[in-house]
Design a protein around this ligand. Structure first.
Ligand SMILES: [Zn+2]
Length: 107
């Protein structure tokens, strides 16, 4: 497992990126003007937002899901371990893809 300091840095990176994506997502929501105000903590609302994003490109949505999964792994203290083989994911790889669940061999 990665050391606490580097995980704290990754967490910050992931949260910053998630915020950016959410801002974009809320912009989309405003444009469509048909959903209630979103609470990012509200899972039901997130699902509605998922539907909004459908057809507008799923790349951002996919990234949000991966970031949320990565944040969950940080919470469970398993961040930085490959979810497939359990090996440590290299710091170099995490620099490029901080939310990746897989090591280079498994990706
Ligand atoms: Zn692996």
């Amino acid at each position: 497992m990665a050391n606490t300091t580097s995980v704290a840095i990754r967490k910050k990176q992931l949260e910053t990126r998630l915020n950016e994506l959410n801002v974009r997502l809320h912009g989309i929501e405003k444009t469509l003007d048909k959903l209630p105000p979103a609470d990012v903590e509200d899972r039901a609302t997130e699902r509605e937002e998922d539907e909004v994003l459908e057809g507008l490109g799923t790349a951002g949505l996919k990234e949000i899901e991966m970031i949320e999964a990565a944040l969950a792994r940080i919470k469970d203290s398993v961040y930085g371990e490959c979810t497939k083989c359990g090996e440590a994911i290299s710091g170099q790889r995490l620099d490029l893809l901080p939310y990746t669940p897989l090591c280079r061999n498994c990706a």
